[in-house]
Write a protein that binds this ligand. Structure first.
Ligand code: ATP
Length: 547
């Protein structure tokens, strides 16, 4: 039986396969690793490149046709990771790019306050009498609202009840932000805040009162440019690729034949000193993003927001992700940044969030915030003069003021921002298919276009001219596809290895090949085999991969 439900896939098993087969390794593993950093192995690199190339193809080289039936225009960019630090003052990252963070004075662990949740234990009279703080309620906290961490916290709470009496009441739920009085929605006095904080048992301790109140923690990595390490030399590793696009908006406008509306796209590394890197490569400190800034006239922006929202979902489905594992989550008004008019997340049902969902991409209507900020801070004019609008307004007989109002503007921006490394995680989770009936017990069901290896080429045995015939086929095929030749071990083991690598096809040269020029092609998913002529293998593969 094969398992496809994300709730029944084990993250530990997926991580183990990634290590075993060379998808993802912990970074600097021989030195004990570094929390929040990962290296992509040979198969992981190929998978990541395949996703990256598909995004580039569908965003820059062959973007979707626009809502009015005309092709849209998007150009590519590759900006520096380190920019003038004023960039991050203008963008708001220096002042505001922070997460409220909580320290545990006992375990020395650090958590993101907005990810902590807690459930209550109503303590027994005896406990209250014996306890100096007279606690009527103790709250047991856990990190992130997923099944595993919640279950761990519940076990701890139940143990506490067994030892001290009282009643565990998981229906009494609260976020740490509320318990600590840090939730902006809640008006909690300093005394109440101290009392509530004193009642929380942190995720990695057994006694209450070891968590500090939330403090803001800037997520940007700092570095120094040049030989002197003083404040003037301080710079930052970019926390997002988007700002590099805004910085080059005028350069692109002045050098390319683009006119409104148009987009600039970029793929590259971003760095965030995340307080709690977690869930494998889901939240890491170094990761890759794929971002596109779509510049348009302010009054056209709602139309483009809707368009990109739908197109981005279409793109995720084109990766072979099943639609029931994807969904939109529109941000509530109180979640929106002050400049943002609309924002929606594309979410995926990860094994560690199932049956819930987690973020994969954000599509935001950013208004004219970014360009206006850079205009103010750099004193460089970002206004766009829209000749077509001017002409239309003139033809419509508008007044000079009206013509100026519609033809000169700072463009609005619609931003689809996604994580490339998070997309790798999604495809790894989606493809991971336990199957007891096959020797490998699991196979990676990648859509052929994204599979790191498209075909394995095997001589059935290492004699009778089969290795030579296999080598010739391998050398021909590798001109066009990522293929791998494997001569070692029995054929069943070789299939099993390819199943774990997610290779959709295995081509075997056997005794018959030498006499009639046919080979067997084994299909990864059905495990069925067909015989085709060796000369047809290339066409067969290209048809399957292009699908
Ligand atoms: P979160 O709220 O989870 O911290 P975010 O909303 O701040 O994320 P954005 O700034 O919108 O994320 O970044 C766009 C995309 O970049 C995210 O949807 C995600 O795919 C990816 N991303 C952001 N932070 C990380 C990270 N630490 N590790 C991996 N991918 C990330």
């Amino acid at each position: 039986m094969t398992i496809t439900d994300p709730a029944h896939k084990s993250m530990d098993d997926i991580v183990a396969l990634c290590k075993r087969r060379g998808f993802v390794f912990p970074a600097s593993e021989i030195y004990g690793g570094l929390n929040g950093f990962w290296d992509y192995g040979p198969l992981g690199t190929a998978l990541k490149n395949n996703i990256r190339d598909w995004w580039w193809k569908r965003t820059v080289e062959c973007p979707p046709i626009g809502p009015d039936g005309e092709p849209v225009s998007i150009v590519g960019l590759d900006s520096s990771i380190i920019q003038n630090p004023k960039t991050w003052e203008a963008s708001g990252h220096v002042g505001g790019f922070s997460d409220p963070m909580v320290d545990c004075t006992e375990s020395k662990k650090r958590y993101r306050a907005d990810q902590l949740h807690a459930a209550a234990v109503i303590t027994s009279d005896e406990y209250q009498e014996n306890h100096p703080l007279q606690l009527t309620m103790v709250w047991f906290a856990w990190l992130e609202n997923d099944e595993v961490s919640r279950a761990q916290a519940y076990r701890k709470a139940e143990k506490f009840v067994k030892k001290n009496g009282g009643k565990f009441d998981p229906s009494q739920h609260a976020s740490f932000m509320f318990l600590a009085g840090a939730d902006p929605q809640e008006d909690v006095s300093i005394e109440d805040r101290a009392m509530l904080l004193g009642r929380i048992v942190g995720p990695d301790t057994d006694k209450p009162g070891t968590l500090t109140p939330p403090r803001d923690f800037n997520l940007m990595f700092e570095t120094y440019v040049g030989a002197i390490r003083d404040e003037d030399a301080k710079a930052y590793l970019r926390p997002e690729t988007a700002q590099g696009i805004f910085l080059n908006y005028l350069n692109v406008l002045n050098t390319m034949r683009v006119k409104m509306p148009f987009g600039i796209a970029q793929i590259g590394k971003s760095f965030r000193n995340e307080v709690t890197p977690r869930n494998f490569i889901f939240r890491s400190r170094e990761f890759e993003q794929m971002e596109m800034e779509w510049f348009c006239a302010p009054e056209d922006s709602p139309k483009w927001y809707q368009f990109w929202k739908e197109e981005r979902m279409n793109w995720w489905e084109s990766l072979g992700i099943s639609p029931e594992n994807l969904r939109f989550r529109d941000h509530d008004e109180d979640e929106l940044a002050h400049y943002s008019k609309m924002c929606v997340d594309v979410e995926y049902q990860y094994p560690f969030t199932a049956p819930g969902f987690g973020e994969l991409e954000g599509v935001a209507h950013r208004g004219c915030f970014d360009l206006t900020q850079h205009q103010t801070h750099s004193k460089t004019k970002m206004e766009y003069f829209d000749q077509e609008r001017q002409l239309r307004a003139k033809e419509a007989g508008k007044s000079k003021e009206e013509i100026d109002a519609v033809s000169k503007y700072i463009p609005n921006v619609i931003e689809p921002a996604s994580g490339l490394t998070r997309a790798v995680l999604v495809l790894l989770c989606e493809a991971y298919t336990p199957d007891d009936s096959r020797p490998s017990k699991v196979f990676m069901k990648f859509k052929p276009r994204f599979a790191p290896i498209k075909a394995g080429v095997f001589p059935l045995v290492a004699k009778d001219g089969m290795p030579e015939a296999a080598q010739k086929l391998y050398l021909d095929l590798r001109e066009r596809f990522a293929v791998q030749m494997d001569v070692k071990q029995n054929i069943g083991r070789r299939y099993a290895r390819m199943d774990e690598a997610g290779t959709p096809f295995c081509v075997t040269i056997d005794g018959e090949t030498l006499s009639d020029q046919t080979v067997t092609v084994r299909d990864r998913d059905s495990q069925g085999q067909q015989r085709i002529n060796i000369s047809q293998v290339e066409t067969f593969l290209s048809e399957q991969i292009e699908q």
